[in-house]
Design a protein around this ligand. Structure first.
Ligand SMILES: [Zn+2]
Length: 65
């Protein structure tokens, strides 16, 4: 079984933001990149799509070193 989800992708280098409809297996939900945040911080980010994108972009830079 699959769930239809909206996938959002942001490239900080090109400053391109795109979205697509994707199929996610119910038995394998995608990892939550905000899972490690305290609940209030997570809620604050999710209220603003812009803040969420900025947070994820910073994480991507950290991963690259
Ligand atoms: Zn790019």
């Amino acid at each position: 079984m699959y769930e239809r989800c909206i996938a959002l992708a942001w490239c900080a280098g090109c400053r391109v933001y795109s979205s697509a409809l994707v199929h996610v297996p119910r038995t394998r939900p995608p990892a939550d990149p905000l899972a490690a945040l305290p609940p209030e911080e997570r809620e604050r980010l999710l209220r603003s799509e812009r803040r969420t994108v900025e947070f994820l972009a910073r994480g991507a830079h950290r991963d690259r070193g």
